[in-house]
Design a protein around this ligand. Sequence first.
Ligand code: ATP
Ligand code: ZN
Length: 288
Amino acid sequence: MKDRIKIAIQKNGRLSSESLSLLKKCGVEFTESKNMLFIKSTNMPVDLLMVRDDDIPRLVSQKIADLGIVGENVVMEKQLSDKELEINQKLKLGFSKCRLSFAKPKGFELDDLNNLKIATSYPEIVKDYLVTKNINAEIIEIHGSVELTPFVNISDIIVDLVSTGATLESNNLVEFDNVMESEAILISSRNTSNEKYQWIEKIISRISSVIEAKDSKYIMFNADAKDVEGLIQMLPAAESPTVIPLADKAKVAIHSVCREDIFWKTIESLKSAGASSILVLPIEKLAN
Ligand code: ATP
Ligand code: ZN
């Protein structure tokens, strides 16, 4: 194939290692090297473009990359600032989960946000939020060390990404409102050539199988045939289970894919309801 598929991923940052590991799980083989900006897959017509996350939506929109892995927060910010951005949001990838939140210095009393100075790296998202809520405040755009700004008279409050809240806490800030939730997503460019299309669809479908499998489990157990109905009801998000007869005619083995994690509580309930030899296995790939 003369036109190779280009996938843009973050070179250095919170999305990088999970993006690479997701592609590896999809069968894309390559040799990583720390400072490479361009990585050629050794077994598929795929090249990885190692870039800053902020550039990924534009690279995909301009078809320099066919696919990209980036946070929803970045996609939203870029879409608000450039209405012409041509990308499709394909899949939520389940990692780099965070939220874009308002935070204020501990002890700072506020009634509403009117007339405050708000520092953020996401000016368009914040502007959109303020307009929707009819709030008149000043946005200070800053990239990096946003948490510092309320303490050096640059801002009153901030809007920043939070995952555990530990960074806010250690900077004497308290989260008080949430603007959006975010996680890594797969984006694709529009109207790709026919030749590429099939490969792109194949990659998207493989990624979807890996994501789908991540939260799914395969469960097997034995039980009295008379208890089967009740036990199946207890399985979380179960596909139609397979019921296999055992040498002991009164007993059966039940196998099922569950589209959710199976917690200890469920296993204990299954046991109390007559299940034995319960095995719960992780699933690597789940193709539909
Ligand atoms: P780059 O140098 O590529 O521009 P960056 O500094 O903008 O990197 P990172 O801090 O690596 O970006 O974050 C990348 C993405 O990871 C964010 O846009 C967001 O989607 C996600 N993320 C998850 N948790 C957090 C968090 N606690 N703080 C910041 N980003 C987070
Ligand atoms: Zn960035």
